[in-house]
Design a protein around this ligand. Structure first.
Ligand code: ACO
Length: 435
């Protein structure tokens, strides 16, 4: 076995008169999997698993998550420790390289981030081609895709150049995000600075202006740092799976990440942080009657869902939301902000956590529930929230792409289906078709 699995014996599958032995593999944290890789060849059967909720698509050594117990770790380190003690740049290095950087490695990586922070001046003209109200996620995915035209050296030996590509992406996506905001505001671009940390540099590019210099606030920088770390990776979520699926066709890193950005855009995934804010604003505009929305969320005939609640994997508190909630309180206190939307969020949380509908279905606040309030407090517009998520998730996407590219078990992703359409039938020429 090329991976660190241990054998858990075999599972027996009976199909008619035949019995098949399927290997059981056990991961390093005790997760068990029935290995069905030879199932179709041996039996002619496939498995059906809509949404892949029971399907392991790869072995991975990046992130461990136990949704039943609310545990999350990157490369073996608890998310709580990383959020408390690390910078986002350290965690990005950890995700991409597998180990925490030494002081010298961190200096070298930070130097690369500084060196690659500019985007080609020709790319800046792209921003002018987008209509004024373009969704920032559309701009981001297009710009990231076009990076491969400007920086093509990685196309031949991607793994040899992965450090450079990772640093380029992590640094340039920050610049692209800030520039897209400045363009949308009709303000002059603020170029990256060599002397600022990753997060402070981003905030400065976003909010500094020739007429109103931006004052960097340490509590805000610390909260952004935490948010990005907490979003760094989350194993095989929708956008990461998309990056791996696209990359499995051996498409380049930039194109794969661009595909991931588009998946993240969806309101059931990364778009939820924006949707939370819109929901809280709606409740506020209607006089703060949050109970009506709780009732709507519970009504089986109403498609409305309480955004920011529930998670495909966590069936208890999302460990990230606890940390974010604390960071949220710190930011609001440091900036002296009283936010009525936060009050509604707290009331919603309190009621939902006691309500049997939410309790029975294990619907707890997820990572998006409080992140939007922090972003709003530090001045990031609602339509940029998902861009912020992408900024945080980028190191995870890169780590997964790299792992997939180097995977000894790699095969192009190509799921099967159960066909339920019309059976084969005779072709009818156009002039003989009824109607
Ligand atoms: N509000 C009300 N009811 C809900 C909610 C919600 N937010 N989430 C799930 N439910 C209900 C479902 O209606 C279903 O009820 P039923 O058993 O009576 O039919 C039950 O809980 C199970 O829900 P599923 O849809 O099976 O859960 P699934 O794992 O497929 O979906 C998801 C997870 C998409 C996150 C869902 O909880 C949801 O839509 N939440 C709101 C959107 C959101 O916050 N997304 C962000 C996720 S975090 C992230 O991507 C970073």
């Amino acid at each position: 076995m090329p991976y660190n699995y241990t054998s858990g014996g075999t599972a027996e599958l009976k199909l008619g008169d035949a019995t098949y032995q399927l290997p059981i593999l056990v991961g390093t944290e005790g997760e068990k999997a029935v290995d069905i890789r030879k199932l179709r060849a041996q039996t002619g059967y496939i498995t059906l698993d809509s949404g892949f909720a029971n399907t392991g698509s790869c072995a991975s050594s990046i992130t461990f998550l136990d949704g039943e117990h609310g545990i999350l770790s990157y490369r073996g380190y608890a998310i709580e420790d990383l959020a408390e003690h690390c910078s986002f740049v350290e965690v990005a290095y950890l995700l991409a390289h597998g180990s925490l950087p030494t002081r010298q490695e961190l200096t070298c990586f930070s130097h690369m981030l500084g060196k690659y922070a500019l985007i080609h001046e020709d790319m800046i003209r792209f921003f002018d081609g987008f209509p004024a109200n373009s969704p920032p996620m559309a701009i981001l995915s297009s710009m990231v895709n076009s990076l491969c035209s400007f920086y093509p050296e990685m196309l031949d030996n991607p793994l040899e150049n992965i450090d450079k590509m990772a640093a380029r992406l992590i640094s340039k996506v920050r610049t692209i995000a800030a520039f897209s905001y400045k363009k949308s505001m009709g303000q002059p671009l603020v170029y990256p600075r060599h002397d600022l940390s990753y997060c402070a540099n981003f905030l400065n590019m976003m909010f500094d202006s020739p007429v109103q210099p931006y004052v960097i606030n340490d509590t805000v920088v610390a909260a952004l740092n935490k948010l990005l770390i907490l979003h760094g990776d989350h194993e095989q979520n929708c956008s990461t799976a998309t990056v791996r699926v696209a990359g499995s066709a051996r498409v380049n890193l930039y194109a794969s990440i661009s595909a991931g950005i588009n998946a993240l855009w969806g309101p059931l995934h990364g778009g939820a942080n924006q949707a939370v804010m819109e929901m809280l604003q709606l409740i506020h505009n209607e006089g703060g009657n949050y109970k009506k929305y709780i009732e709507r969320a519970k009504d089986p005939n109403d498609p409305f869902r309480l955004v920011g609640f529930g998670h495909r994997v966590y069936k208890t508190h999302d460990p990230r939301s606890r940390i974010i909630k604390k960071a949220c309180d710190d930011v609001l206190a440091a900036l002296n902000i009283a936010d009525p939307l936060l009050d509604i969020a707290k009331e919603l949380e309190e009621v939902a956590l006691k309500d049997s509908y939410f309790v029975e279905r294990h619907l707890y606040p997820n990572v998006d529930f409080y992140s939007g309030i922090i972003y709003r407090a530090i001045g990031i517009p609602t339509n940029m929230f998902t861009v912020m998520f992408a900024l945080g998730r980028l190191p995870g996407w890169i780590a997964h792409w790299k792992e997939m590219w180097d995977d000894p078990d790699w095969r192009i992703s190509r799921p099967r289906q159960v066909y339920v359409g019309p059976r084969r039938r005779p072709f009818v020429p156009l002039d003989q078709r009824a109607g």
